[in-house]
Write a protein that binds this ligand. Structure first.
Ligand code: URA
Length: 186
């Protein structure tokens, strides 16, 4: 793990103009959290609050995520949390494929190289599209483990979906239990 490189990347991300999203952002969100645990939570995109503060999961979804993690034996600091696209899409629209690809090729790949994670939690459709290139409905791949750049990736739901739908929340609980097992033996 290379913390200096991560800090250099974070500075680069803050000034990035690799796709159109820089035009409307206030602050890019490079990601934050504990590097040492080497587990990445890859989300979707900054929302209004994250754009304002430059930090991941800061608004209502962030509060939900914190509670959900704590109920299931984790803490936000157990993860390096980063969005699939580091800049907020206008009106919180879904990130486009070219934006996902630009952010992955310029930043995510380098962040992963510096972090050397043991595991990536792919939280939601954007994270899956960006890394695995899959367009499958999340319900059909939820809970499965894939590989990206040689790193095991566990597919789970985005916290926004978990917040809305109880059924999704229940399966996401199983994913975190599975993550505990994987990390224990990894
Ligand atoms: N992923 C998201 O979806 N939102 C954030 O704030 C950070 C990562």
């Amino acid at each position: 793990m290379d913390i200096d490189t991560l800090a250099t990347l974070a500075r680069g991300i803050q000034h990035c103009r690799s796709c159109r999203l820089w035009e409307t952002r206030t602050h890019a969100v490079p990601g934050s959290g504990a590097f040492a645990r080497r587990t990445v939570l890859l989300g979707e995109a900054p929302g209004e609050k994250e754009d304002e503060l430059g930090l991941p999961f800061m608004g209502r979804t962030g509060r939900f995520l914190d509670g959900f993690l704590e109920h299931n034996g984790f803490h936000r600091d157990d993860f390096f949390i980063t969005p699939a696209v580091k800049c907020r899409p206008p009106k919180n629209r879904d990130p486009r494929l070219d934006e996902l690809a630009a952010c992955r090729d310029r930043w995510l790949g380098a962040q992963l190289e510096a972090l050397e994670p043991r595991m990536i939690l792919l939280a939601g459709k954007a994270a899956v599209r960006q890394t695995l290139g899959l367009e499958d409905a999340l319900t059909s791949i939820n809970g499965r483990v894939f590989e990206y750049r040689g790193i095991p990736c566990l597919v789970t739901y985005h916290p926004t979906a978990m917040m809305r739908f109880k059924k999704i929340r229940e399966t996401a609980v199983k994913n975190l239990a599975n993550l505990h097992d994987i990390l224990r033996t990894a």
